[in-house]
Design a protein around this ligand. Structure first.
Ligand code: PBG
Length: 325
């Protein structure tokens, strides 16, 4: 009998054959590990984040210890989130030159000049009300906030950050930040824009980790409606036009279609953020013994890559490096 059907199994027969034809691979250098650094008088401070097993808030010292281990494993890039001692309505610790993120950047860059240190640029961890911008009449004011974001990005640049990543979702922020950086001689500092950031419930555990839950209301007047794909293209186009170097889609796994559209629609590098809720769900399932953590993580990250991510921010980065070693 003559076979007329497709025999896909021919190339799946052995591990070596499968390896030969594999189309997508996670590379250690694609991974960015997030860290939470706390401004505290206790140099030994380290507090596990209950909803994110394996992740913790660290003092500067403890952060440095943790990063040292990660660098030994081969970590090349990280993104920093800061938790200040004092919060106020204008989030002044976000742009203070002595702020916790700025201190952490200086520390890490002094110790590891080659490490790519990225900073999250946003107000929500620094404002007493937990919103990502400046409030007036209980409403986040777009244009007023731009100055604050630009100041924040500039202070990160001065501290020695290798890249800034605005996550606030104000309109015009990339332009404001680009202008501020260029004016002060940071024209070669790249901006990774959280361009397509949905108002997602998957950020729940992060808000415990970063102590950044809004005191009232939600973020829906600035973050995107998860239902919108065409609008995602508009957001990405706008950020690119304003000077973004990398476009990010966030969350990742529930938004693979968005990721693919962005990858196909724009020729700049695309980043995906596997967010806290994605992490916590996998951790919870694994702790229950219902799923195999390592296999599920690798499959998820491979899917994110396959859908178009060039780089991936993931709380599993350190673990992946460990598994790949
Ligand atoms: C700050 C910010 C958030 C995340 C990254 N930057 C939280 C939010 O928008 O509420 C979420 C990251 C995660 O869930 O892992 N605006």
């Amino acid at each position: 009998m003559n076979n007329t059907f497709y025999r896909g199994r021919r190339l799946r027969r052995t591990p070596a054959l499968r390896d030969l034809v594999r189309e997508t691979e996670i590379r250690p250098q694609d991974l960015i590990q997030p860290y939470f650094v706390v401004e505290t008088d206790d140099p030994e401070f380290s507090q596990p984040i209950s909803s994110m097993p394996g992740q913790a808030q660290y003092s500067l010292n403890k952060l440095q210890e943790r990063v040292a281990q990660a660098v030994d494993l081969g970590l090349r890039a990280l993104i920093l989130f800061g938790i200040p001692k004092e919060k106020d309505p204008k989030g002044s610790q976000a742009y203070a030159d002595t702020g916790i993120v700025q201190e952490a950047v200086r520390r890490l860059k002094a110790r590891w000049p080659e490490l790519v240190v990225i900073t999250d640029v946003c107000m929500c961890e620094f404002t007493s009300h937990g919103h990502c911008g400046i409030l007036e009449n209980q409403y986040v004011q777009n244009d007023i906030t731009l100055d604050y974001l630009a100041k924040t990005a500039l202070s990160h640049a001065r501290a020695g950050a290798d890249m800034v990543a605005p996550s606030d979702m104000m309109d015009g922020r990339i332009q404001a930040i680009r202008e501020a950086l260029d004016k002060k001689g940071f024209e070669e500092l790249p901006i990774m824009s959280y361009a397509v950031k949905s108002a997602s419930s998957f950020y729940g555990p992060f808000r415990e980790a970063a102590e950044s839950a809004p005191a009232f209301g939600d973020r829906k007047s600035y973050q995107m409606d998860p239902a919108n794909l065409r609008q995602a293209m508009c957001e990405a186009q706008a950020d690119l036009d304003e000077g973004a170097d990398i476009l990010m889609v966030k969350p990742a796994l529930p938004y693979l279609d968005v990721l693919r559209r962005i990858r196909d629609g724009f020729d700049v590098p695309t980043a995906a953020y596997q967010v806290s809720g994605e992490y916590s769900m996998i951790k919870a399932g694994a702790q229950m013994g219902w799923i195999d953590e390592q296999k599920i993580v690798m499959e998820s990250l491979t899917s994110i890559k396959r859908a178009g991510a060039d780089l991936i921010i993931t709380y599993f980065a350190e673990n992946v490096l460990r598994w790949m070693a």
